[in-house]
Ligand binder design. Structure first.
Ligand SMILES: Nc1ncnc2c1ncn2[C@@H]1O[C@H](COP(=O)(O)OP(=O)(O)OP(=O)(O)O)[C@@H](O)[C@H]1O
Length: 390
């Protein structure tokens, strides 16, 4: 990625930056806008904010828009891909009600090489791996955090995965609302099997694909993160990731086998699902666990161990993307070094200091870094929504 620009994004009115190919450090005091820069890059890669559910939050509060145009935020960058350079752009425009008052709604407009495109066509063009202090929830937080990790990784790698995931989520929603209607007797129970047949088939098909892809990725990730964890934490035992599916897996590992398994389970659970008014199995109910020497670190790991697991998982995610796509993702590390002890900090810096690894780091304090490191990297100072070289 080279050129990067923001307009009316969070506390930035307008910036145009040239990002160096190696490591760039953005430093500045709290609330100066460092995280917002990483958020913008993550948004451009995934069309999702890592910290905000509603897109309208991204538009600068004082943004005026233009004559007749509602306020909008824009993130754009030029990305060097193997096939050549591509220009990516996302616009988030606020919505207004009939009286012209701004609402909490927003619409997203995507352009690839200046041509309108769908969000799905953007994902995967710029690949990033983001690493923030809240990522510890990946290890000790709710299962949704872990599903998000694997979904974001695979979505950036495979357009079929993004499409199937979106489709799967729609199917689950639709199926759940039907099940709720049966539970509340708003729908006659007679004919339930016929009515669900179509949705079960759709869910099993999409679900089988997602599950097979997740299992394949976990398998590959295990090869990568095992040794990485040792290098970061100094522990002698490798880290291992276990996928915890909501259905029995045994030997069923191909997408068609898994679809069949899902379909049979759905039929078996019919009554339970109606009683609960929701879809009880499938990739949206699965989880993962992380263990070292047989000990589940989500439950029993120390903070330090959980931090090392998160680091290994994030660096592993970047390595998986590189192996699969031949393109190295941009690493975005938000205020991570300040939380690590000296040894882990040295390991992390060694891990990101690789040829062709573009990395964007943020920090409040330059004192977290050694002089040699600072001399090798590009530095930018962030202050009140402005960025200055040096
Ligand atoms: N839509 C918005 N419009 C204008 N300002 C915003 C908007 N959303 C957030 N802000 C403000 O932008 C500022 C920058 O936030 P950001 O999280 O990027 O800071 P930071 O430099 O990462 O801080 P820290 O070091 O504390 O993590 C904050 O003061 C925040 O309140």
């Amino acid at each position: 990625m080279s050129q990067f620009s923001l307009r009316d994004f969070r506390n930035y009115q307008r910036i145009d930056l040239q990002l160096a190919p190696g490591i760039t450090l953005f430093y500045g005091s709290n609330a100066s806008g460092k995280t917002s820069l990483l958020e913008a890059l993550f948004y451009l890669a995934t069309t999702r904010s890592p910290r905000s559910r509603s897109d309208h939050d991204l538009v600068r509060w004082d943004a005026q828009g233009e004559a007749g145009v509602l306020p909008f935020a824009r993130v754009a960058a030029e990305v060097e891909r193997r096939m050549g350079r591509v220009r990516l752009e996302v616009l988030v425009q606020r919505r207004a009600d009939e009286d012209g008052q701004l609402t909490n709604g927003a619409q997203k407009l995507v352009r690839v090489d200046k041509r309108p495109a769908r969000a799905l066509d953007l994902v995967g063009q710029l690949r990033v791996v983001l690493f923030t202090p809240v990522d510890l929830a990946l290890v000790d937080g709710p299962p949704a955090e872990r599903r998000r990790y694997i979904d974001i990784t695979l979505s950036q790698l495979d357009p079929r995965y993004v499409r199937t995931l979106a489709q799967y989520q729609r199917i689950v929603q639709q199926r759940n609302s039907m099940l709720r209607a049966w539970r509340e007797r708003r729908r006659p129970l007679r004919g339930i099997d016929d009515e669900l047949a179509y949705w079960d088939q759709e869910l099993s098909q999409a679900g089988g694909f997602l599950l097979a892809e997740r299992l394949r990725a976990i398998n590959e990730l295990n090869q990568i993160v095992g040794p990485l964890f040792g290098a970061i934490s100094g522990e002698p035992h490798p880290l291992s990731i276990t996928y915890r599916a909501s259905i029995e897996l045994d030997a069923a590992l191909t997408a068609p086998d898994l679809s069949q398994r899902l379909s049979a389970e759905l039929r078996r659970l019919r009554q339970d699902e109606v009683a609960r008014g929701q879809t009880l199995i499938g990739p949206h109910r699965d989880d993962m666990s992380f263990s070292v020497a047989g000990i589940d670190l989500g439950r029993y790991g120390s903070r330090g161990q959980q931090r090392s697991v998160t680091l290994a998982l994030k660096l592993g995610e970047a390595e998986l993307m590189r192996q699969r796509s031949g393109e190295t993702p941009v690493l975005l590390l938000d205020d991570m070094l300040s939380e690590l002890d000296t040894q882990r900090r040295t390991h992390l810096i060694a891990a990101i200091r690789r040829p062709a690894q573009q990395t964007v780091l943020t920090a409040t304090d330059l004192g977290d870094f050694g002089a040699t490191f600072l001399a090798e990297i590009s530095r930018m100072r962030v202050e009140g929504g402005q960025v200055y070289p040096g």
